[in-house]
Write a protein that binds this ligand. Structure first.
Ligand code: SIN
Length: 270
């Protein structure tokens, strides 16, 4: 694909691309936004380097994609629950997003996108990996695809104790979603179960459900579906939660890493 306003460098043929020629600290023209959207639909995760955005600029960029989502329980910055804090240091007992997931998939309408701005990186490490859920679905045998197609699964979250003293914004969500969803923009099928939120496949016996979810959790970790991004201060990642999963690597203890995530509301999966 050729672009007139932005430069797009794929990170892998399967997922991820770095976009340059864009300044996210400035309001973006519609023509630039159209190309960002096209590149995003093609590569699923876009990376932007050297973007010292303010919170206002970050929120404004997020709003170009839709209404903003509020995390059920995570701490937020500047008194604004739309600014989810991502922070890990020597006193942390866990790292946000350290297991494969798509964001808050337990919501009835899970967020469609997330935009993470990392302000501070450790001297080394702290990379994030993303996995392409179209590719994960397409790599399954036709017989397995046929088995999964009509199935639904319960997604539930339990944030108790995860965010220390911070009082949750709302009750922990719970929802039933199709195991294979259709992306509302591309029309492509994507696997939509993850090891953090997906608890049970409704149509199967308990042991069958457990075995199948275990198999699928391993399957999405196949490196052939993945990219791995090395952050620098003021890198930004924009990802599509409808067709990707991600995990944040905590290999930098006792160093710290911090940023802010702005998340965009999505639709009910079908
Ligand atoms: C997350 O949003 O799951 C965290 C991702 C990261 O910190 O890289």
């Amino acid at each position: 694909m050729t672009y007139q306003h932005i430069d797009v460098e794929p990170l892998t043929p399967t997922i991820g691309a770095t976009v340059s020629g864009v300044d996210l600290t400035e309001p973006l023209d519609d023509a630039v936004m159209d190309e960002i959207r096209q590149a995003w639909m093609q590569h699923l995760v876009l990376f932007f380097r050297d973007q010292p955005m303010s919170s206002e600029q970050h929120l404004a960029f997020g709003r170009r994609f839709g209404e903003l989502h509020i995390h059920p329980a995570a701490p937020y910055a500047e008194g604004n629950p739309e600014l989810m804090v991502i922070h890990t240091d020597k006193d942390s007992f866990r790292n946000n997003g350290e297991r494969w997931h798509s964001d808050v998939s337990a919501d009835l309408e899970p967020p469609m996108a997330s935009i993470l701005h990392i302000h501070h990186v450790p001297p080394s490490g702290g990379d994030t990996c993303w996995s392409n859920m179209y590719a994960a679905y397409e790599a399954l045998s036709p017989a397995m695809q046929e088995l999964l197609e009509p199935l639904t699964a319960v997604h539930a979250s339990d944030y108790s104790g995860q965010y220390g003293e911070h009082k949750p914004q709302r009750e922990s969500p719970r929802a039933v979603h199709p195991v294979v969803r259709t992306h509302p923009v591309t029309g492509k099928k994507a696997l939509f179960v993850n090891e953090v939120f997906t608890k049970r496949i409704n149509e199967l016996a308990y042991d069958e459900s457990r075995a199948l979810l275990g198999f699928l959790a391993d399957h999405v970790k196949n490196v052939n579906f993945q990219c791995r991004f090395q952050w620098q201060d003021h890198s930004v990642a924009l990802w599509d939660n409808r067709c990707t999963q991600h995990m944040a690597i905590w290999d930098y203890y006792p160093e710290s890493r911090s940023g802010i995530r702005v998340t965009i509301k999505g639709d009910k999966p079908f």
